[in-house]
Write a protein that binds this ligand. Structure first.
Ligand code: NAD
Length: 248
């Protein structure tokens, strides 16, 4: 029996990168997949075809996770299409890095709204479904810099730290109803988000990693599988660092 047989997962910002790797990992363990993203392009359409080829049901939805109204609508549509939601991965995220002295109000607001408010939006919209089912696993994609802080990322670090506080609070609110809520704190993971960093900055990052390499999206997906499945049935309110041992 596969680890997620018969389950349905909603993964935000899953058209590429870490979200897309999680979708493939979950599908390989039998889960049906609802992908949401700002834009569903040919890459996302190819992902859906790959997921279907693995024998699961998969659908992509255009939805801005930072907008509560759109989130309510898309969750309603996903329930009509799939009939259940067992796993929610709040993965959508952006960076707008700069030192605070140069940071505009727009750069602050955009990162907090997309990274943190989106977690409120999706968790609130999905929670009634999970409460009714009396089961569910919510996984919030935080970051090591939400724990350690990072110069030039005060907006991003604040949003990721906020996700950790949210995760711990929700785990306490809904644990008695069979719903678990955990966070993953990835370190330096090689995706389009980190591809835009200059080579010399990347080299410095890698020097700080005891395992001496950036992580892959699959490294994060493996932890997301553990947290979604019954393998972690006694784990809630936790932050799992997937960072090659980077100091936090
Ligand atoms: P990515 O940029 O490759 O993918 C992010 C996805 O989120 C994109 O498909 C994008 O379109 C989508 N998205 C952005 N804004 C959205 C919105 N408003 N609504 C819906 N979708 C939206 O990034 P990634 O590296 O795959 O990162 C995924 C998550 O992991 C993010 O939350 C990121 O902060 C976190 N993370 C990444 C790293 C890393 O090193 N790559 C490290 C720590 C944490």
């Amino acid at each position: 029996m596969k680890l997620l047989e018969g389950k349905t997962a909603v993964i935000t910002g899953a058209a590429r990168g870490i979200g897309s790797a999680i979708a493939l990992k979950y599908a390989s363990e039998g889960a049906n997949i609802a992908v949401t993203d700002l834009v569903i392009n040919e890459v996302a359409e190819a992902l859906i075809k790959d997921l279907e080829a693995m024998g699961v049901k998969a659908k992509a939805y255009v939805s801005d996770a930072s907008k509560y109204g759109q989130t309510e609508e898309v969750v309603k549509q996903i329930m009509e299409d799939f009939g259940q939601i067992d796993i929610l991965v709040n993965n959508a995220g952006i960076t707008k890095d700069t030192l605070l002295m140069r940071m505009s109000e727009d750069q602050w607001d955009a990162v907090i709204t997309v990274n943190l408010k989106s977690v409120f939006n999706f968790t609130k919209a999905v929670q009634p479904v999970m409460l009714k089912q009396r089961s569910g696993s919510i996984i919030n994609m935080s970051s090591v810099v939400g724990v350690s802080g990072n110069a030039g990322q005060s907006n991003y670090s604040a949003s990721k730290a906020g996700m950790i506080g949210f995760t711990k609070s929700i785990s306490k609110e809904v644990g008695s109803r069979g719903i678990r809520c955990n966070a993953i704190a990835p370190g330096f993971i090689e995706t389009e988000m980190t591809a835009k960093l200059p080579e010399d900055v990347k080299k410095v990052w890698v020097q700080q990693i005891p395992l001496r390499r950036g992580g892959s999206p699959e490294d994060v997906a493996n932890t997301a599988l553990f947290l979604a499945s019954d393998l972690s049935s006694y784990v809630t309110g936790q932050v799992v660092h997937v960072c090659g041992g980077m100091n936090t």
